[in-house]
Design a protein. Structure first.
Length: 733
């Protein structure tokens, strides 16, 4: 349905999303119009395509789906338009003088003969030019925005494209819509392909083939964490995506490498030699990491400091004992440019960090602690009693340019002597590369993590690659030091990692196994445990319990459990208009790294909400959701931005990485094939701090523990570390 009229007033407008609420005067009556649209001004004449809705709070509204702009048509409309704020220095009084002078021809004068404006009292030559320029720029911008929105691009994304290309937007997009996929964050292959089809592009065009290759490499990273792919894999996956011949794809792939649009690297020797291809962003991130690690190793002092006495003092003052492996790890960390400390729960990683902190403090060295996520940083702070920050915050992330930049970098390095990064297995190659660029060459970097956990959700395999390179000193902790009396969580985590069935005791107070076989029975039991049995038995709230599931779309998977737990825990939460998933009060998780999303906390403002951040929907106003995260940050999600949120009563094991929960209830749903493996079960169990409850069959449990298969992850970091070391003539440790 189409309505038309003059904008009387703009009640609300979000500059981020373009969501607007306005009063529109039609021939019959005044109408409230809502929706995402380019900036509108009072007095403008609009034709709006959309539909009527009855909002429970605000009454009848017209929801705009597309907007067509026209110049105001009568004298009063022109006055409203000129005085509506678009033109600096023009208020209602000056607007009326202009209209009295030129009447219905006012808009034509402004656009084509601005010099005539100088005859109006209060307008000189400069102001006349400014008024005309502002009008022309506004007209061009709206024309471009309508062009982009006409091709299914959201207003927020259209604004980003216009900011990048300006008045050349339509020309550049028409010439090659696929350029958007590499130049504008948020435009994927399928969106560009749809625009190209509407513009009449040949499906065999070079632009499309190369964009398909980039999409295949991008998907390999998003889906499986690869930063590169062997030639045969790239060609096969891109050809399938494009519906093109493999020879055609290979030819364009090789051409893209010559042009520098795609990177290539030869890996292996002799008959095992393969050519790998990578997106430039992945290729240079991993190469930069390798170069900096090798440089820091080379810059480390040759002299070995004997730290035995200092360790003895730490043991005596804290009443603890450090085994030989722990002592060696501390010594190497204090004497190496880069070192790795890895081990499972209870093996003393935190104790080692505390000892290093004490030694550094006694030597007057400045130590900075960091972790990839807010949750992991908070845990590190609690464990050490020292300030720990996310890597993003440590680097001083800045979004003022519309893209993530960092205050600290190779030109402005961080001030510090020793940098300790916990949960390193969770870090992605992009942020880790940015961190290393900001480290002084002569500082020390200590990486701490658990090599047996699942690799990061994002592309890369940093911890595994650094260990496999053999360049950096690695200390693997195996002896369990933290084991509370009667506790089975730590013991069973290590048993699972060793391929053994967990110990199940009737008198256990922290590790339970509830035997159920049918997926429906597993799901029902989990809902009962979360809502009744566990809160009553341990005197805790359901909010302290996190359900983990290996699979998404099964009767006992993430999606079904979320729906069941939402109905059980938040049955009366107010439904949110336009969403079948969310209610006020729901527990939700942010599922992508969004460096641009603004948040506030105790008067502080910042940017960046990341994959795995958990919070609760605390409010909704005019379709905008407010989410209060567990660390106190508050962020708003405009209409169209909800795709980055999911219910989090139950989450996948992958999404739980780096987090620690008081109680973890783990769904051992049958099926899943190779996905249900030992690595995944070990990661799930180690998320629990106080209590673990496994729900499923003994057969599924036994099968997961027996399954050692880990999906191959293609990366180039190990190769770069080895090649860089050889080039610099360094000896490996």
């Amino acid at each position: 349905m189409v309505i038309s009229g003059v904008v009387q007033s703009v009640i609300f407008r979000s500059e981020d999303s373009g969501y607007t609420v306005m009063d529109l005067a039609t021939e019959e009556r005044s109408v409230t119009v809502v929706g995402c649209m380019p900036e509108v001004n009072e007095g403008e004449y609009l034709q709006i395509d959309g539909k009527w809705v009855n909002n429970a709070k605000y009454g009848e509204q017209f929801v705009a789906e597309s907007v067509d702009f026209s110049s105001p048509v009568d004298a009063e409309g022109i006055v409203m338009f000129l005085g509506g704020g678009l033109f600096d220095g023009i208020g209602e009084a000056l607007a009326r003088r202009i209209v009295r002078k030129f009447g219905a021809s006012t808009m034509e004068v402004i656009e084509r003969a601005p010099e005539k404006l100088e005859t109006v009292p209060g307008i000189g030559k400069i102001k006349a030019r400014q008024i005309s320029a502002a009008y022309r720029e506004n007209s061009k911008m709206k024309g471009v925005m309508l062009f982009l929105q006409g091709h299914g691009i959201s207003l927020k994304l259209a604004t980003k494209i216009y900011d990048a290309y300006g008045e050349d937007t339509e020309k550049l997009v028409t010439e090659n819509p696929y350029r958007l996929t590499s130049e504008i964050e948020g435009v994927g292959f399928y969106k560009a392909d749809k625009i190209a089809a509407e513009l009449g592009f040949d499906k065999d065009s070079d632009f499309r083939i190369e964009a398909g290759i980039r999409e295949a490499l991008t998907e390999a990273g998003n889906r499986s964490g690869h930063t590169a792919l062997p030639e045969a894999d790239v060609v096969r996956e891109a050809a399938a995506l494009l519906g093109a011949g493999e020879e055609r794809v290979l030819s364009r792939l090789q051409r893209a490498v010559l042009q520098g649009d795609i990177a290539a690297e030869s890996v292996g020797e002799g008959d095992e030699k393969q050519l790998f291809y990578a997106l430039n962003v992945n290729y240079f991130a991993e190469r930069n990491i390798a170069v900096k690690i090798v440089k820091m190793m080379a810059c480390a002092e040759d002299a070995e400091y004997d730290v035995k006495k200092e360790i003895d003092v730490f043991e005596s003052e804290n009443g603890i004992y450090l085994d030989a492996t722990q002592r060696e790890a501390i010594s190497k960390a204090m004497n190496s440019g880069v070192s790795v400390i890895t081990g499972g729960p209870g093996t003393g990683k935190t104790t080692i960090i505390k000892c290093i902190l004490e030694m550094c403090r006694s030597r007057g060295l400045e130590v900075l602690l960091a972790a990839p996520t807010g949750r992991a940083a908070k845990r590190l702070s609690e464990a050490t009693g020292e300030d720990a920050r996310t890597v993003h915050r440590l680097l001083g992330q800045d979004m003022s340019s519309g893209r993530p930049t960092f205050k600290f970098n190779e030109k402005n390095p961080l001030k510090g002597d020793v940098f300790i990064v916990d949960e390193i297995s969770m870090a992605d190659v992009y942020v880790f590369s940015a961190l290393l660029k900001a480290l002084p060459d002569f500082s020390k970097l200590i990486l701490v993590g658990d090599k047996d956990q699942l690799p990061s959700v994002s592309p890369g395999n940093i911890l595994a690659d650094i260990i496999a390179s053999g360049l950096v000193p690695v200390h693997i902790l195996t002896e369990i030091h933290r084991q509370d009396s009667g506790s089975l969580i730590v013991v069973n985590a290590h048993r699972i990692n060793e391929g053994k069935m967990p110990v199940i005791k009737n008198d256990s107070n922290d590790f339970f196994f509830v035997r159920k076989s049918a997926p429906e029975d597993i799901a029902h039991e989990i809902v009962t445990l979360v809502t009744k049995r566990l809160p009553e038995f341990f005197r805790i709230s359901p909010a302290e319990i996190q359900v983990l599931a290996p699979l998404k779309r099964t009767p006992a998977g993430v999606e079904a459990l979320n729906a069941a737990l939402q109905n059980a825990l938040n049955p009366f939460g107010k439904a949110i208009e336009g969403s079948s998933d969310f209610r006020i009060g729901d527990k939700v998780m942010h599922t992508v790294n969004d460096y641009e999303l603004e948040w506030t906390k105790d008067g502080e403002k910042g940017y960046g909400v990341y994959n795995g951040d958990v919070g609760y929907i605390s409010d909704v106003v005019r379709g905008t959701l407010t989410v209060t995260f567990e660390d106190g940050r508050v962020a708003e999600y405009k209409p169209g931005e909800r795709d980055s949120l999911m219910l989090a009563y139950a989450v996948s094991v992958h999404k739980s990485q780096g987090s620690e929960f008081p109680v973890a209830v783990i769904s051992l749903t049958p099926g899943g094939g190779a996905l249900l493996n030992r690595n995944l079960l070990y990661t799930a169990v180690t998320r629990a701090k106080q209590v673990v409850v496994l729900v499923g069959s003994e057969e599924t449990l036994r099968r997961m523990i027996a399954n050692k298969s880990i999906r191959k992850r293609y990366t180039l970091l190990k190769e770069f570390l080895c090649k860089t070391t050889e080039k610099l003539g360094l000896l490996r440790h």
